[in-house]
Design a protein around this ligand. Sequence first.
Ligand code: SF4
Length: 921
Amino acid sequence: MVAEALRRGAMVVTANQRAARTLKLEFERGNRAEGLRSWRPPLIAAWDVWTAGLWQRLVLAGGATKLLLTAIQERQVWRSVIQGDSAHGSLESVDALAVMAAEAWERLGAFGAWERLRGVGASEDMRAFRRWEAGFRRRCEVEGFLTRAELEETLARALVEGELEAGFGELLLVGFDKTTPAQGGLLEALSEGGAEVGFYEGGGAGVLHLVEAEDAGAELRAAAGWLREELLRAEEDGRRVRLAVILPSPGQERSAIERVFREVLAPELLPITAGAMGGPYEFSLGQPLARVPMVAVAMDLLRWARGALPLETVSRLLLSPFFANGTEEGARAELDAFVLRRLTLLKPEISVEGLVRRIEGSKGAGRLGGLLGHLRALERVSGRVLEGLEPRRADGLLSQRVDGPQRAYADWGEAIRELLEAAGWARTGDGRTAAGDSFAFQVRRKWEAALDELATLDFEGGRRGFGEALEALKTVLEGTLFAPESREAPIQIMGALEAAGSEFDGVWFLRAGDQGWPARGTVNPLLGWVLQRELAMPGADLAADRAHAARVTERIARSAERVVFSYARRDAALPDAVQRASGLLDGLSFETLDLVEPEDVREVVALEAVADEGWIPLANPVVGGGAGVLQAQAACGFRAFAERRLWSTEIERPAPGMDASERGNLLHLTLEVFWEEVKTQAGLRAMTFEERGAALDRAIETGLAKATRGGAAGSAWERAFLETQRERLKRLLEPWLEQELGRAVPFSVRQRETAFEDVGIGPLRLHLRMDRVDETEAGDVLIDYKTGAAKPTDWEGERPEQPQLPLYAVLSAGRLAGVAFGRVQPGKAMGFDGVAAATGVLQKAEMLGEAGMVERVDAWREVLTRLAEEFAAGDARVRPKSYPKTCAYCAQRLLCRLDPARLVMEPEPDADAREGEEQHG
Ligand code: SF4
């Protein structure tokens, strides 16, 4: 019927762009199949495009002079009206209110209800909207603007008054489940002008099926299995098939659908090396351009040109193929893991200048020439085009450019192009535009269109700063849908409204349960519920919404020869409720459907069992990382192998402030500085309370300066953070010094944070750092500071939890009087705890006597030597000491292939306990 109407020269208007595209393609295909070599272009357009075309004709005919605003331009006008409203006190942002106001205005236009607004409502929101609406209307009148919401009414008037001619004799509307009063008014004016207006209701009813699945996942798999069968059947018959998967909200389920469909319909795409596109299905509706990764990178680069970005974002940029021509991948990943993520910054942010400086000072600079070139170019161009936006800090680490030049949007568009060019955005390794990749090419084209749209915001005149231009661009990108050009895949996935006007060979309608269909509509808070209810606007009138959904259901039921409706009995959101088929399906009659369970194609690679019997001995006995190697070996052979021979580590996640390990280091640094000055217990005792406090303050200050490398305290937040740390240390160390004063045997602090290079234990050579060695008349006391839980039993057994102190004891040359944890913790836990050879050396200690101490050290030597031998021999058995506790926070779980399902996680230790795990040996 549609094709016949087109051949008669009728104008076909569809409810959406998708239907217009499909009808055009089908018409051309049909003509070719009939052997036609040429034909008149069909008159097909979506409603919005068609009405905009009529407006153009009216303007060209001299019947109108107004400027028809685009959606983004209209939002801009709303924005400035709301911004100028002194009485506006909403907590919502101006942008969010502008979106809401534009939507309310559109509803009023669609329902021809401008006048009704004046008579109703007394809520604060409605009063505010009435003020804005009056301002908006005035502004449009003065400036000569016309909005989309007024278009139908304006066109209808022009038709009635003879200023506009329809230009066709017959109009066929396809895929309209209902028309708004404004659309109805325009159609009436056309009819009165002599045009024949008709609606295409779709083909006859096909065979219907209803499928109940146990849960949402099973429902998806059932649909995928059916689609697979349909595709195979069509392939056998050698026919082209058009299938559709329709659901109320495809956007929300995109990744779940993608996952199941890949598995069942395109297993060849399962390997991670396979591209994202190419399966027999495609999503018809696009996603906001702002969410396309290539565009998100562009926006991050532009924000970076303006000032410092969080380290996490810079990290993403470094790993992105769309930045700096996407070259030097490996060196960039190393820079990210070993330089960027290890920066000691209270506020984890870095500017372009800051990163340039860090790279220049790093070992890998030679391999990062391309990246450096782009960063310097970005720095240069941003310095020029954003001239006047100066970083607040000289070191460039925490800068945020402020103020700066004011330009028209179009000029900012050019500056943006220049900045991205400098940054090597979306270019290939040889510097060409990534046009060879069709997807990248399409994104780029859409991006250029978005920049052009940004330039249209100059319709108001005026100049803006770079920040405002970026905000406006973000709004444009969020409002622009991007879908890669259709590959005409046999399976199209789409929303229920989007399917209007399209016909298929088979349709599967997902989520047709009573919880999901009909989908709930929403009301606009600025119009008030009463007005919306009286006008039966979407979301305000349940009966009207239901009647609309019933028409959509009927239309879908008629849109293919075979239509399957399905729903899941159990919904994850409501685990206790049992779902039934939507009431909208009640009047339909269904036939049984035999479903074929899709094969599980995932087990394509047969598992091969390999006995791991070979140990790979260590070639070089020198092992970095201190005594931690023995601790790891005691915990689990595989952990030690992965950490100390494969150097597998967890990627660090920069966070504001200091993490547990940095706080531990700060405490060590402070105590080191303090004892460097005070030296002995006698010296401490000789000080007055005030002198002691002053020495502690000096030590804390020096410790903080060393811990932050003098680079902190730029912002108020940093200053406040450092003040908190100062206070915390003072409160912790004042009582700690009382503990030192209370020790019965006088001492002098002989070694503080002393490094020992190349010391031997068994076959291993280690580099160690000892926290502290005190000299007393009874001999040496070895001390290891701990800010978290630690107990002397952690030194004992065949697989000691904390072998650092036993190792220092084994390596100690002098007479040993004691070995102790110095627990610098608030409350009762504070104090020295360990073993001693003589009374009075430590307050809380197991008394061993001199012979006992020698015996204990010999036992430790035996255990540690055996652990060192195991490590050197390559004993990498997956053998956690105490499963699951040992594995709970191990970073090697991916490598050792421990089954996480068997791991019962215990509550995460509190911050102080984790701080105690910090390695200082
Ligand atoms: S997760 Fe457990 S078994 Fe695996 S390496 Fe770590 S400690 Fe060993």
